[in-house]
Ligand binder design. Structure first.
Ligand SMILES: Cc1cc2nc3c(=O)[nH]c(=O)nc-3n(C[C@H](O)[C@H](O)[C@H](O)COP(=O)(O)OP(=O)(O)OC[C@H]3O[C@@H](n4cnc5c(N)ncnc54)[C@H](O)[C@@H]3O)c2cc1C
Length: 378
């Protein structure tokens, strides 16, 4: 096998993190190669939603913004005011199109599809990246591959992009969580209405087990029948996936490899939100790269110790007592400290925000879990 090319940087993965970093390297003095195992990155469709708390270079791709979000269970509906931090979505196909078009026009970045990276090693300060086809050389690797290790909990979902015959959706009110009336699992519907006729409806679990029930078209059809009886509709596209929820995923690696993206621990363990954190991570990295900083490693833990501790308590309760956690969340959002709650969910809480969150959560159970004492379920 011959060693063919020498790059400044090799980016492994043309997903959200790989392309976000590549975008920031366009037209810079570095020679960059992106290695992507898939032959077609458009096969997977993702809709990245987030609160407007951080300016990204991709804001013009935002498909829709909302001023409110609802949280529901069978007896309550809470309206979260997002006027200060609008909830908004970007489609991964628009994102890919925008970045790939720019990459194509410039000469410093090369993408190789169907190139599965198998091994990374370093000899005499040169990094060797071996794919299933060839070996490449570079100075530094940015790696967004998921690791094959046991994850504490995952967000598992199946979503359908609906087009209805009639104007049936209220597109001012997306639903962040509509809890199903089940005691023993943390299952909810996520609903994003883009217009009166189009919406994404997603059946979602936070679970430590592999779930399959209710993650299919039948469940979506049932949801439509229950909520929009006898209305005609078609499913235009499907979206499914798994997001890691684990406070122990981190960015630790060798000094010639920088982990990026979900695999480096930027995904918020309690929520799965990742997109904005990837943008923050890439903004930080590009600053270091352009300053010729020799230490371009990301910090080991993206999130503070306090947020990781709070998320760990939350995930433990979701696992042990999902019914309790579902009602605790409804109670929390009813307190109407929505700006503080959004900042907390978006990883930018002030100390006062954290105090407000802790103050309005049921204290006994959370405190017992925080000190490692698990209560028996009723
Ligand atoms: C369907 C879906 C919806 C989501 N919605 C949201 C949302 O609303 N808001 C939000 O903030 N986050 C969301 N997320 C979470 C997160 O934003 C995404 O998962 C995001 O795509 C993570 O980007 P990434 O680059 O870390 O990983 P990926 O996008 O998975 O990219 C990794 C890339 O590496 C490639 N690869 C893997 N192994 C190899 C190998 N050996 N060699 C070469 N290439 C390899 C893969 O093919 C892939 O293209 C969602 C996730 C999913 C799955």
């Amino acid at each position: 096998m011959s060693i063919q090319d020498k790059y400044d940087f090799i980016i492994i993965g043309a997903g959200c993190a790989g392309l976000s970093l590549a975008y920031r390297l366009i037209d810079k003095k570095f020679k960059v190669c992106i290695l992507e195992s898939s032959s077609d990155i458009y096969k997977k469709n993702k809709l990245w939603s987030f609160w407007d708390i951080y300016k990204t270079p991709f804001n013009h791709l935002i498909q829709k913004k909302w001023n409110y979000l609802l949280i529901k269970n069978c007896s309550d509906t809470v309206k979260i005011n997002c006027n200060n931090y609008k909830y908004q979505s970007i489609n991964s196909h628009d994102f890919n199109n925008y970045i790939l078009k720019k990459i194509k026009k410039n000469k410093n970045i090369n993408i190789e599809y169907s190139s599965k990276v198998e091994k990374i090693s370093q000899r005499n300060k040169i990094v060797y990246v071996k794919t299933d086809k060839k070996e490449l050389k570079c100075n530094h690797v940015f790696d967004s591959r998921p690791e094959n290790k046991k994850i504490y909990m995952t967000q598992q979902f199946f979503g359908a992009y609906i087009r209805s015959d009639n104007e049936i959706f209220d597109d001012n009110y997306p639903i962040l969580m509509e809890f199903s009336n089940t005691k023993n699992n943390f299952h909810f519907m996520y609903f994003l209405p883009f217009s009166k006729k189009t919406a994404l409806i997603e059946s979602t679990y936070f679970s430590s087990n592999k779930e399959s029930k209710n993650l299919d078209e039948n469940y979506i059809n049932k949801y439509m029948e229950n909520n929009y009886k006898n209305e005609g509709f078609v499913i235009e596209k499907k979206e499914f996936g798994m997001i890691p929820m684990d406070v122990n995923i981190n960015g630790e690696s060798y000094n010639y490899i920088t982990k990026i993206g979900s695999n480096s621990g930027v995904t918020r363990a309690s929520t799965g939100y990742t997109f904005i954190n990837i943008q923050k991570q890439c903004d930080g990295l590009i600053k270091k790269i352009l300053k010729n900083d020799k230490n371009i490693r990301t910090r080991k833990n993206f999130h503070s110790l306090l947020l990781r501790k709070m998320d760990s308590v939350y995930l433990n309760i979701v696992k042990d007592d999902p019914a309790y956690m579902k009602s605790a969340l409804i109670k929390l959002f009813k307190t109407k400290h929505h700006n503080a709650q959004i900042r907390f969910l978006s990883d930018i809480p002030s100390i006062l925000d954290i105090i407000k969150i802790i103050f309005y959560l049921p204290k006994k159970k959370f405190l017992l879990y925080a000190i490692g004492i698990k209560e028996k379920n009723d």
